[in-house]
Design a protein around this ligand. Structure first.
Ligand code: GDP
Ligand code: CA
Length: 339
């Protein structure tokens, strides 16, 4: 296999990609060439405008993580960050004060915003930013594409007894960063998604791939959003590549983040099997050939197989690059020719 395409959210996707790229270079992924090319199609539903800046959290998490600029502990934003601009904005009493924009990170958003305002599509702007972060290490072997150049925003409906409808809708960032996903999400709304078009290269990257991977990203607000861009789900359904996914739900809940809240809001049981079946088998109109679950969820393999999927259990905690590369190897083996 020479061409791999990964549909990624932020932290879960980025960590998986680190392990995948490590595995490719080490030549330990079954059937994958050590000069294989990886295309990342990233969720942009988390994007928003704040303090006049266009911020793309998932694109940046992937870019900073793979470019070795990420703050590892936080999992987002720049390493060795300082927060002077944030403190100054607070001193002016400018809202939102709950959204952390670090000084170094702001430089990225300034560059992006200027280019977007000058009329460049997000895909071209992302390519320009990646020239700093990804090209020196990966050259042409790694491409980062936004799922769309169009404006798409994920919003979350929460209960608000004071609102006439009993509900209030907040931007995904407000739900996650200000409310810490602690109030129940009653619905998820993808504003602009139905009118969006895939960014240049997205559909080809799926159609021409030798393997498509759904990493352990949030199935609703990361991968779900990408699949919701018109044309993307069909491209995954019909590609000649095998499609394999890894569960972000381990032992009945998410590892980090808020996949549990999001799954509940769309009526999907919070289990590794239910997420696999939610994506569904390509033999039954879904998007997957295989679904890898954590060893703690090994008892769910039969349920997945009954749903028409190849399924297996393996350790799925991304503790270091070797372990994550082994996850990738197990996922690839699951849908490999001789599996
Ligand atoms: P976000 O955009 O930053 O929320 O990141 P993603 O959508 O790419 O990934 C979030 C998902 O990654 C969450 O649902 C987590 O459960 C999952 N995740 C994070 N770390 C791990 C891990 O070590 N193993 C597994 N299996 N899932 C993980
Ligand atoms: Ca995200």
């Amino acid at each position: 296999m020479k061409k791999l395409t990964v549909l990624s959210g932020g932290m879960g996707g980025a960590r998986f990609l680190q392990g995948l790229l490590h595995g490719i270079r080490a030549g330990i992924l079954p059937g994958v060439a050590d000069d294989a090319e990886v295309t990342v199609v990233a969720n942009t539903g988390d994007d928003w405008w704040v303090h006049g800046l266009k911020v793309c959290p998932d694109l940046d998490t992937v870019m900073y993580t793979l470019g070795d600029g990420i703050d590892l502990e936080r999992g987002w934003g720049r390493r060795e960050e300082t927060w002077s601009a944030k403190a100054e904005l607070e001193a002016y009493g400018v809202e939102p004060t709950w959204f952390g924009l670090g000084d170094r990170d702001i430089a990225t958003h300034l560059v992006r915003t200027q280019l977007v305002e000058a009329g460049y599509p997000l895909s071209a702007v992302t390519q320009a930013l990646c020239r700093r972060w990804l090209s020196p290490t990966y050259g042409e072997a790694l491409r980062l594409l936004p799922m769309t150049d169009d404006r798409v925003e994920t919003h979350v409906a929460i209960a608000d007894p004071e609102a006439p409808s009993g509900q209030r809708v907040v931007h995904f960032q407000e739900y996650w960063v200000r409310l810490h996903a602690r109030v129940p999400a009653e619905a998820v709304v993808f504003v602009g998604l139905e009118q969006a078009s895939p960014a240049p290269g997205v559909l080809d990257a799926i159609a021409d791939a030798d393997l498509v991977v759904l990493p352990p990203s949030n199935p609703v607000v990361s991968v779900g959003t990408i699949l919701g861009v018109p044309g993307v789900r069909d491209a995954v359904r019909t590609t000649t590549a095998k499609v394999v996914g890894l569960s972000p739900i381990v032992g009945g809940t998410h590892v980090r983040g808020m996949a549990a809240q999001m799954l509940t809001s769309v009526g999907v049981e919070v289990s590794a099997a239910a997420v696999g079946l939610h994506y569904g088998s390509r033999t039954r109109g879904g998007v997957l050939d295989g679904w890898l679950v954590d060893e703690r969820d090994a008892d769910q393999v039969g349920r997945l197989e009954d749903g028409g999927l190849r399924a297996a259990a393996a350790p799925l905690m991304m503790t270091d690059h070797d372990t994550t590369a082994a996850m990738a190897a197990a996922a690839i083996a699951l849908v490999g020719e001789d599996a």
